[in-house]
Design a protein around this ligand. Structure first.
Ligand code: AMP
Length: 601
């Protein structure tokens, strides 16, 4: 576990470390694969692909199949059930990381080893060093770190499982690093009751408002949720600050104890000041008003998080949004070396020392369709023991051989027992830093609306909605969240969009002018590609439906997923809903519905 001296070393030499990593990306990738194979060639899983005992790069490339989580789940289940022999990995597995599973279905269990954690644990510190080049005075302030955990889950093997953020919050790397610069006392972060945790973290941030130079959360969704919480509870915060007394419903002993050293007595001046700010009908720029020394907002704003960009820009009042890194439960991929890039231009530079990366080229016809990689399907050898998997081994491209402008699906081989594993994300190469490629996050591959021959991807949907919401802007109307589903309950089926709308100046629901809303439907359909339009013209798809939901509906959706076991810190808003219950929740907040005109626009 990281000691303070190790962290100091990273802070002092971080930029040099980054130069070394990116300048030696080719060698580091070769070394990484060699190390993984040397250590694990004898495992039950991998040994069958090296019948001659020769576990070199070439044999890896030709013999080891590309897999998804479903293919390796039986092996992971055996480990979780207590088998201890070297099934996937030779090193001891120390725990499991739970993936979020909100858009992809059930959470996955990803093995972790001491070594695999070592390789990724400094990513956020490295990013901090990059960001310090862009803003002065960061050392003189603190972060309002909004971080939440959920209870660990036990497995019969005795190994625990939790989301990465929950695990990370308990490590010395966190305690000796980021936590030291946070206004949230560690016990408020480690509180298992999310509402009490959020209340205390925000209250700590308000009490120390003059020290805060950044607000930070894992994903934009967490920050959006926290602002809604502030909207709901600001009067109670004021009362606590005014009287110096913490609300009685905060019963967690860790929280109460931690808050007693921050909320030390009545502070009516601060309460008056915050009251003046919060009672304004418009919350435009509220973040800047509440935390006047803030320099930037730190959270992931790419991929499915891009739907929160306008909202955060609105609340931020011009404060830069900085998207730090691209990570998953499986591994850390890269960090953003241009923190000031505009939200839709953010790229992540891959760091080559955390895993071995390969890439499946995917077609890009400009509209996001037909991205299905034409797999050169070959039945796996009987001895592989993995049934029905596809092999596209000749098509995989190494990190060093990706081409500028190309789209790829990322495939990882890790120190913790994943071999040629499809993470399910599509990325686009946007440049290189030294020898390391830089990628824009495009979409999660499995998120699609689909009716008949048409498949509309997350990226298609995001682009179409970005175009359509421009129609609303001149009327002072903001789109604050969206989702969708394929409604096939009648024939022909149609795509249904859910939009949460509010006025810029207040949280009031806008007056919904049917003509304007229909124009939005038209614009979405117009922005979809040829396949959609020809199916719609030919009558195979019905007119698009737009359901407007009231302010707060998407927070209810988030609460629903959290009640089902999702973690707040990992929450990704599902762009396409599959769950009937989730659709019901949004339907219950519906305040209007609109359709595209009968004929295609
Ligand atoms: P999880 O394993 O549950 O933490 O989720 C990981 C997934 O979150 C990734 O595979 C991506 O789909 C998404 N994700 C993580 N980082 C980013 C990012 N910077 N931009 C867009 N999506 C991201």
């Amino acid at each position: 576990m990281a000691g303070e001296s190790e962290i100091k070393e990273i802070y002092e030499n971080g930029l040099k470390i980054l130069e070394d990593l990116t300048n030696n990306a080719d060698e580091l990738q070769e070394q990484m694969l060699e190390e993984i194979l040397t250590r694990n060639a004898g495992t039950e899983y991998l040994s069958r692909f090296f019948p001659n005992g020769q576990a070199d790069k070439q044999s890896f490339k030709t013999n080891v199949p590309i897999v998804t989580y479903e293919d390796i789940k039986p092996y992971i289940d055996r480990i979780a059930n207590g088998e201890t022999s070297s099934i996937l990995v030779a090193d001891p597995i120390t725990r499991f990381i739970q993936s979020s599973g909100t858009s992809g279905g059930q959470p996955k269990l990803i093995p972790m080893t001491a070594e695999s954690f070592e390789k990724r644990k400094y990513h956020n510190l490295l990013f901090d060093i990059v960001v310090k080049k862009c803003f002065s005075g960061l050392d003189e302030g603190k972060s309002l770190l909004l971080l939440f955990i959920k209870p660990e889950m036990g497995t019969p093997s005795g190994l625990v499982a939790s989301p990465y953020t929950a695990f990370f919050s308990k490590t010395n790397t966190f305690k000796n690093g980021l936590a030291k610069f946070s206004t949230s006392p560690i016990d408020t972060i480690l509180c298992l009751e999310n509402k009490q945790s959020m209340y205390c973290q925000l209250l700590s941030g308000l009490l120390q408002r003059d020290k805060i130079i950044r607000i930070s959360s894992s994903f934009a969704s967490v920050l959006a949720r926290s602002i809604k919480f502030l909207e709901d509870y600001w009067k109670e915060f004021l009362s606590n600050i005014r009287t110096g007394y913490l609300s009685d419903w905060i019963t967690d002993p860790g929280c109460r104890n931690a808050m007693s050293s921050i909320l030390t007595g009545p502070n009516p001046e601060l309460a008056d000041l915050i009251q003046q700010i919060c009672q304004d009908i418009s919350w435009e720029g509220i973040i800047k008003k509440l935390w006047p020394k803030i320099k930037y907002i730190h959270c992931i704003i790419t991929g499915s998080m891009s739907q929160y960009v306008s909202l955060l820009e609105f609340y931020g009042g011009g404060i830069p949004l900085v998207s730090p890194s691209y990570n998953s439960s499986e591994c850390s991929f890269g960090i953003n070396l241009n923190p000031l890039s505009k939200p839709f231009d953010v790229s992540y530079t891959f760091l080559p020392h955390t895993a071995y990366f390969e890439f499946l080229p995917v077609n890009n016809d400009g509209g996001g369709k037909s991205r299905e990689f034409e797999l050169h399907v070959a039945s796996a050898t009987e001895s592989s023991g993995i049934k029905n998997e596809t092999m596209a081994v000749n098509e995989l491209v190494d990190l060093m051989n990706v081409k500028l402008g190309q789209y790829y699906e990322v495939v990882v081989t890790t120190l913790a027992g994943l071999y040629r594993y499809r993470v399910g994300d599509v990325l686009k190469v946007t440049g290189f830093y030294n020898k390391s490629p830089q990628f824009q996050f495009v979409e999660q591959k499995n998120v699609v609306l689909s009716i008949g021959a048409d498949k509309t991807t997350e990226e298609d949907l995001s682009k179409a909605i970005t175009n359509a919401k421009l129609i609303l802007e001149p009327f002072g109307i903001m789109l604050t969240a969206y989702s969708s589903y394929s409604d096939t309950s009648s024939t022909p089926g149609r795509y249904v969009l859910f939009w949460e709308l509010k006025m810029r100046g207040s949280n009031d629901l806008p007056k919904l002018d049917a003509k304007i809303m229909e124009q939005c439907c038209c614009m979405v359909e117009e922005s979809f590609d040829f396949t959609y339009k020809s199916n719609r013209k030919g009558g195979a798809i019905s007119a698009l439906e737009l359901r407007v939901v009231k302010h707060g509906s998407f927070h209810e959706l988030m609460d629903f997923y959290i009640s089902k076991g999702a973690s707040i810190s990992q929450y990704k808003p599902p762009c396409c809903l599959k769950s009937e219950e989730a659709i019901k929740i949004l339907n219950s907040g519906m305040v209007g519905k609109f359709f595209s005109p009968k004929t295609v626009c």
